[in-house]
Structure formats: structure tokens, C-alpha cells
Design a protein around this ligand. Sequence first.
Ligand code: WTA
Length: 637
Amino acid sequence: MSYPYQIKSFQEYKEAWEKSVNDPESFWGEIAEHFIWRKKWDKVLEWNFKEPSIKWFQGAKLNITENCLDRHLKTIADQPAIIWEPNDPHEHHRTLSYKQLHFKVCQFAQVLKNNGVTKGDRVCIYMGMIPELAIAVLACARIGAIHSVIFGGFSAQSIADRLQDAKAEYIITCDGAFRGGKDIPLKSVIDDALVVCPFVKRTIVYTRTRTPVSMIKGRDVWWEDEIYKVETMGNPAVAAEEMDAEDMLFILYTSGSTGKPKGVVHTVAGYMIYTNYSFVNVLQYRPREVHFCTADIGWITGHSYILYGPLSAGATSLMFEGIPTWPDAGRFWDIVDKHKVNILYTAPTAIRSLMSYGLAPLENKKLDSLRVLGTVGEPINEEAWHWYDEHIGKKKCPIVDTWWQTETGGMLISNMAGVTPAKPTFATLPLPGVQPVLVDENGNEIEGNGVSGNLCIKAPWPGILRTTYGDHERCRKTYFSTYPDLYFTGDGCLRDEDGFYRITGRVDDVLNVSGHRIGTAEVENAINMHAGVVESAVVGYPHEIKGQGIYAYVIYSGKHHEDELIRKDITATVSRIIGPIAKPDKIQFVSGLPKTRSGKIMRRILRKIAEGEMEKLGDTTTLLDPAVVDDISKGKL
Ligand code: WTA
């Protein structure tokens, strides 16, 4: 494949950005010409941020899998689409060429049809990082079913909440998943979730770990048996369903500042074009290169840059089942050497974690295939940036720091590898089509350079979310009402003297723990479920490896056990309600929480205490009970 829209110089970037802002319709219309359509659009863009109503490529008909699979059969059928590296380095890796992936997606699409799944149905996918996860996702897209992938670290309760919200009647899962030395019993977690989701009609279970599972008659079937049935049907090639440009492609749940996760909705055409465009330009992919994005497909990064972006570009995408530190902290580097990885796209938390092992795990690792490095998910600190640059990229690989969100579908602010300037810890400049603005608390735009404020975006790009599933008003309120006519990101941001952007972190009550988004309200709700807990408040604090750690202040009434045991019980409760990813790192028992006279918890004070900045607590005289602050400070963990 060639990418006529791949930007090759800083000058070209500036011209593209200008054009994208002055004439977005012809800018994106020309790019869209390089995709496969059943019918072309009547209008490139129609939008307002008031409702919001955002429509890209209205009237067009297409199927994203024809763009990700079928179109490559004529040109690169035998090229690897997915290279899969298992958790255990002793197990063989698998390679699926475009032809093979196409075949398997069609086969599983037929399985879905045989099991009653039709266009518009919501299908929940809860699997480990195995090729069948990619196949399941693409098979849904092929028949027009809306996939909702749930990360393997979420609990039964979280799954049940999501199934109910999406009214998903179909589930695709595995017996279990391997992650490092652990074997996670996925099907058993699903079984627990289904106790409160009687509307689920079918669960399709793939065998990965051979963990014993209970299969319920009439509801649960084996993936392998269903494939066998399709084989005996002679493997009919499943035609791709014709979709409208604005039909839903998927729902992905993400945390916000309220207790309930939101189902972010992306639609077919805009998402496809934006993930492809950003992949090709930011990472500067070259045909036949091996691209390794280390994210899990349970998060947006995996959706956009393991699957849809790379596959629509005919790239070779490496998918890894395991974790960076098992069996040892050289695992990523072994994979890079083994598969001659050219592009490595990972999270700062992984870099910091690997840094902490020193340089020994890098001994005898060549890493000479690497050409481009990338980071995503959280601000990267200077030290980690330089370590990545020196020890992994050997100072020869440009590093792209890509800022974006589940809601944005793809990267919005980032340098382009080797094409636009990089600056450590800065995401730098907006992609073409993206108009960032900084605003103050009153919503006034802050102009000029050397300023900071809340980051908003002025106009839609093709990958922007369209709604939150089942609750459009929530979408409007969360993203489009804080500042009229702007999309509000929830992030704080600095624009330096050169006009480069640096994202400084969330300004709402959302934590970023190891690159995972977690709402403080969600964690508080979970802690408050514990029988002895009266009230709690959760804040983030700087954590050397995770970026942010979870600090919980808890008022506890029961006195039956010693503190350590109660802490364990509370942690177990959070694990049970949300999942192990939301476990607090620190739990401090307090007698009261700092509240204003109207009863609002002053989180600012709690954050400062958790950060150990006691001298910066500010004015506490307006509190209902100022003495409580002293008590809390003294008891800091
Ligand atoms: C943060 C992940 C600084 C940010 C793709 C954002 C970043 C949230 C960066 C979205 C970056 C992501 N620099 N911060 N390069 N990338 N973030 O939805 O706070 O899981 O709002 O999407 O991660 O997290 P999400």
C-alpha cells in the first residue's frame, strides 16, 4: 500500500493543518477517496456542538472490514496482518496473513449469524489478548453488530453494569486468560455477571487455558464447536453488511467524574478514516514494517492502533498476550528482536516500570530494528523520556508523545515521527483537523503563548465520539456544556513559548493509574459498599511507576478487627465491585473529612495532604470543622 496522504515534512504538515482548518470538507473528502466505499457520501461534514450532532460522510455506505481486510487481498494477501506473541515465550507465536485473517473473520461472522446475532445487536467481548479477540471484534464489524470490549481486569459487577447499560444479549469470552504467571478465569467471572443479566441469550467460549468452566445448556456454546459447524456448511464467505457512515461501530466504556462509566460511541466511517490517518502520519508507518502497540484491546489504544488503524493501512500489527515483566523484565526487548519490530508504541508506566529494573534486562538485546518509538496514556516524565530515548531508541529513533482519549477515537496532539519537531514531555502540535484552545475557568479563550488553561477543541475531527450509549444528554453535559461550543477534554494543558502543547493531567475527578482511567467517585462508591465504611474520599497522588496512585481516606465505624485486616477487606471489596485495577494503594482511616458548610468535600486539601504538601493546604477557615485537617495531616501514610 502507499499512503498519498502521508505527510513528509514540517512544511507539508503546516500546509495540511492550514487546509484542514480552512476547508475541512475538502481536506477530509480527499483523504476519504483512498478508502473503499459501497457508495460515496453526499456531504462530508455537518455539525453543531450544541446538541451535539456530528455527522461525517453522510449518505456514504461501507463496511470497515472491507477496508481492513478484503481490499488487501488483491495486493498483500500473504503479508502478515497479525503476529501474535503468546504470554509464555516457550509457546509458538502465530502469524495470520491478511488472507488467513479474512478467512477466519468470515468464518466467525458466520458463527455469530448462526447464533442469532444481527446488525445493530450489542456483543460484549471479554477475552484475553489472543488472535481470536481480534477475529471476534472484526467479525462483529463485518455483520454490523456493535462490539463492546471489556478489559479482562474488570470484575463481574462491572461487566454486569456494562451489559445492562448496553443491553447486550451476546457475549464472546474464553475459559481463561494467561497474564504473566497468572491464569485468570474469565468465563467464571462472566458466569457471576450473568446471574443478574438474564437477558443474555448466548455466550460463545473459546478454549485458551483449559480451566474447567461451567457450560449452561441453551446459553453457552464452545467457539470450536461452532466453527466446526461452519466448516461442515462449507465455510460460506460472509458478505460484509452494508453500513451507513454514521452507524455505530462500537461502544467502549470509560470512567468519568461520576460513579457510572459511560459508553462512548464511535461510528463507522469517521473513526476508520481518523485512526488510519493518524496511524500513518504520527507513526510514519512504512509498508512491510512491524508495528507493536503494547496496549490491551480492552482499551481504546488497542482498538485504534492494534486493530483498525494498522489493518486499514495494510500494516503488520504485533499483538502480545503477556506483560512486560514476565518471565523477566527483558520480555518486550526479546519480542522486539525476535519479530524485528520497527515501531514500538507503549505507555509511560511500562517504561518507568522497566526502568526500575536497571540496564541488566537490556544486555544482549539488539533493538536495532526499531525506527520509531511512541508513548500514550499519561504524561511522560523527563527521566522516562530520556531513558526511552537513550536505552531503547539509542538516540536514533524519534519519539512521539501522543495525547488523545477514548472519546477522541485517535491521536489529537502529537509530533509526527521524524517529520515535525519533538520536545521531551510535550505532545507538541495538533494533528491536521484538530484545533486546540485553552480556556480559563470562565470559559474565556486564553490566547498567546506561554500560557496554561483547560484544554478544549474547537471543531469536530472525524474520530470524535458521537454520543454516550443510551444517554445523549449525558454526552452533551459531560463534554459540550462546560464551555459552550467547545469540546471539553477534562485535561489541563500548557502552551509554551513555541506554541507547543504539554498536557499536565486531568482537571476533573478522574485518575490515571498506570495509564488506566479510573473515576474517584467509582472507587468511593465501591469502598462505601463495605459494611463498616461510613464515608470515603479518594484522590490521586504521584506514584513513581503508576504515574498516579489511589489514596483513600476512610471513615470506618466497625471496630472488630485491626486496621491492616480492615484495609485488606476494603481492598477486596473494591476488587470485587470494580476490579483489581482500582485497588487503593493507601487507605488512611480518619475521623472526619474536610467539608465546606454546604457539605462538599474539599478534595483540594485531601490531594495536597496525599501529595505531602502540608504547607500548601491554603485557607481552611471556611471549613465546617477546620480541626479535622490537622488530624488528617498527622495521620498521613
Ligand atoms: C491522559 C488513552 C498526557 C489524559 C488514549 C487523557 C495523556 C486520558 C496522554 C485519556 C499523553 C493520554 N500525555 N496525558 N500523551 N495520552 N493522556 O481515555 O489525561 O484511556 O484525558 O485514552 O489520558 O485516557 P483514555
